[in-house]
Design a protein around this ligand. Structure first.
Ligand SMILES: Nc1ncnc2c1ncn2[C@@H]1O[C@H](COP(=O)(O)OP(=O)(O)OP(=O)(O)O)[C@@H](O)[C@H]1O
Ligand SMILES: [Mg+2]
Ligand SMILES: [Zn+2]
Length: 316
């Protein structure tokens, strides 16, 4: 699920849009009334209609003639508008989303696509992926780049297929992914592509390098010693999908090791998925991380072995 913060933020944005659309329409009407005596009179009459209908209904009077008069007043108003050179819909409220009239919901129940789109945007913004998400997708991950080497081509076709399958079946499968490969082989590219698809499906995703994640844990540890404090690391435990980039580049000590273990283990215990990218190969991983981390990283993840040359250098 999208985070409460994003949901709340987007809901307020849509509500603000709705209020602005209504206020703008009111301002246009106010302007009309200030320049046209006729409009002023008609609007005065129209504003009484509700009360007149209510009274008539209460005393059992026929309301059809009132409605008819109302219709005539509106037609007259439209005519005056035209004669003043204004478009017919000048007084209408111009909602940003005509489908839900900026309420965010259709018939008060189903979430409108405008709400969903805004949530996707907000979740991308808070995910930490930044601009990468605009540039890196499944669609622009080119297999042709590996054509000259059939073995690499085959391996990368498999990696891409597995990444796509993972993204499309995220709802039912929350296995971890371990992306292994040397620099520039597309690990970040494909994790970003997965993130985009998963966010679209309604999930909260957080992306960051192991370095920044550990810094946040250090900060939390330090600041929590000084009284009430809003922890920075909760998001790493709570998000539906955590993407840890560049594992292995961090300086290793007891604190970082326990951080990494707790993070991976807690998430696994809660059935939450984590994607981890590393430049280290299996042997280097086993040397750098103790058994209980290594077994979770390697033994209980889908392993995607990236191949090919550094794509930043344009190599194949
Ligand atoms: N198959 C591909 N098709 C298109 N672009 C690619 C492909 N592979 C990599 N790239 C591009 O090459 C650049 C390097 O890829 P990326 O950053 O994903 O590598 P990486 O494996 O994360 O490297 P590092 O280990 O240094 O972080 C990026 O701009 C990425 O979009
Ligand atoms: Mg990378
Ligand atoms: Zn809408």
């Amino acid at each position: 699920m999208y985070s409460y913060e994003n949901y709340h933020k987007v809901k307020e944005e849509i509500e603000a849009r709705r209020k602005k659309a209504i206020a703008d329409a009111d301002a246009r009407d106010e302007k009309l009334r200030s320049i046209s005596e006729e409009i002023r009179e008609i609007d005065g009459e129209l504003s009484k209609t509700g009360l007149i209908i209510f009274k008539a209904a209460c005393t059992g009077q026929d309301i059809a003639p009132i409605k008819e008069r109302n219709k005539l007043l509106r037609a007259k108003r439209a005519e005056v508008l035209r004669s003043l050179g204004y478009p017919e819909d000048y007084s209408d409220v111009k909602y940003h989303c005509p489908i839900c009239s900026d309420s965010g919901y259709i018939n008060g129940a189903k979430m409108c696509s405008c709400f969903h789109e805004a949530l996707v945007k907000a979740t991308i913004a808070s995910s930490g992926i930044g601009d990468l998400i605009e540039e890196q997708s499944f669609d622009n991950f080119e297999l042709d780049r590996y054509k000259k080497d059939p073995a690499v081509y085959e391996q990368m076709s498999g990696v891409l297929a597995k990444a796509k399958e993972y993204a499309s079946s995220f709802r039912t499968n929350k296995t971890n992914i371990l992306m292994i490969g040397t620099t520039g082989t597309g690990k970040t590219h494909l994790s970003t592509a997965i993130a985009r698809e998963v966010i679209k499906q309604g999930y909260d995703v957080i992306y960051d390098s192991i370095h920044n994640i550990i810094s946040d844990f250090e900060e939390d540890k330090f600041k929590s010693g000084y009284g009430p404090y809003e922890p920075k690391t909760e998001k790493y435990l709570e998000c539906d999908l955590l993407i840890i980039d560049d594992l292995g580049t961090e300086f290793s000590n007891q604190f970082t090791v326990s951080c990494i273990y707790n993070l991976i283990n807690t998430r696994m215990n809660h059935g939450k998925a984590t994607i981890i990218s590393t430049n280290l190969d299996a042997e280097e991983l086993s040397r750098k991380y103790e058994g209980r981390i290594y077994s979770r990283l390697v033994g209980r993840s889908i392993i995607l072995p990236f191949a090919g040359r550094d794509q930043r250098l344009g190599g194949f």
